[in-house]
Design a protein around this ligand. Structure first.
Ligand SMILES: Cc1cc2nc3c(=O)[nH]c(=O)nc-3n(C[C@H](O)[C@H](O)[C@H](O)COP(=O)(O)OP(=O)(O)OC[C@H]3O[C@@H](n4cnc5c(N)ncnc54)[C@H](O)[C@@H]3O)c2cc1C
Length: 294
């Protein structure tokens, strides 16, 4: 394992705003588990696991916490299974790269992930999904490193309790790998499907600095539609702006701070509650400030 002090945590997120962590602890191998737990016990600081930071907003300032990340060469095993393929993949895979690799191996059912800029570990935690697919459809087991006990175990998908953008992974667990069951697919068809997904995203979602959808869709409704109906597209706080392209995205423009983004999230939530009577819940994860929720 590797330890650094005073690390720029905000820079690790796709918002690229926010402050610093007192320590960063990098797991370099599953064999690090006991040492990691021992080090954490000795320092008594809360751990915050970070993937590719594409669903995370870090508060400005200095944070008395330990950022935990993984630096393990992402492995990939693809074997024939009864109905298709059994895939084992390391948590640090970027989803778009993994989707393309799997297509090259004629593994279907994962093309949807080409537009999600997270890690496989973060996608398991969030039960990420889109375009009709989600992690819960294919994950059969998850390898977890327990930061408190310093142990590593495989947990079957049934115990992950996947639901909409949620899993049972605790804040003291680090996802190291996942096993997935996926169907056969034609590489050419999968590549064509991924091109369509990428084109659709370019047309409907903004580029720049954001963390994807800020709010969860309430049952039977769409957060973006509610925000747009409240007339909030383009609303700004400091350097943070409700995207004019997709109302559920909040952009960090030049000079934005994490406080700007956080305050804008709060204002959007309050305005939507006033206009529609629906209290939106956030999808993104907050580090260093309380979640903007009820
Ligand atoms: C442009 C854009 C488009 C997006 N589109 C989608 C979409 O279509 N569908 C969708 O579901 N999401 C989408 N997202 C959100 C995001 O990409 C996903 O939630 C993704 O799965 C998060 O992965 P990450 O590695 O970036 O997680 P992070 O932001 O780093 O972390 C998210 C949560 O997971 C935890 N975590 C991360 N890695 C691990 C690990 N290895 N072990 C344990 N805990 C971990 C963190 O502690 C945190 O609680 C989008 C984001 C952007 C910026």
């Amino acid at each position: 394992m590797k330890i650094l002090e005073n690390v720029d945590l905000g820079a690790r997120t796709t918002y690229r705003v926010g402050g610093r962590a007192r320590f960063a602890l990098t797991i370099e191998s599953e064999a690090d588990a006991p040492k990691v737990a021992q080090w954490l016990r000795g320092h008594e600081l809360p751990p915050v696991v970070m993937g590719r930071g594409s669903n995370t907003l870090v508060a400005d300032g200095n944070h008395d916490l330990v950022m935990i990340d993984i630096d393990v060469e992402p492995h990939l095993e693809v074997e024939r299974d009864a109905g298709g393929w059994r895939v084992v993949a390391g948590a640090s895979w970027a989803l778009p790269q993994l989707a393309r690799q799997l297509a090259d191996h004629a593994v279907g059912g994962f093309a949807w992930a080409v537009g999600v800029p997270g890690s496989l570990g973060g996608a398991v935690v969030m039960n990420a999904g889109g375009h009709g697919g989600e992690m819960s459809h294919c994950v059969t087991a998850v390898q977890l490193l327990d930061l408190a006990r310093g142990s590593v175990r495989w947990v079957p998908a049934a115990d992950m309790h996947f639901s909409y953008r949620h899993s049972a992974v605790r804040s003291t667990d680090v996802v190291l790998a996942a096993t997935m069951s996926l169907p056969h697919g034609s590489p050419d068809e999968l590549r064509a499907q991924m091109s369509e997904i990428v084109a659709w995203r370019r047309e409907h979602q903004p580029g720049g600095r954001n963390a994807g959808s800020v709010f969860r869709n309430p049952p039977g409704d769409h957060a973006a539609g509610l925000i747009e109906a409240a007339g909030l597209k383009g609303l700004r706080v400091g350097g943070a702006e409700v995207s004019t392209k997709h109302a559920n995205f909040i952009q960090a423009l030049d000079g934005a701070t994490a406080s700007d983004v956080h305050e804008l999230i709060r204002r959007v939530r309050d305005e939507v509650a006033t206009t529609s009577g629906i209290l939106l819940q956030t999808e993104i994860k907050f580090v260093g400030f309380p979640e903007v929720s009820s």
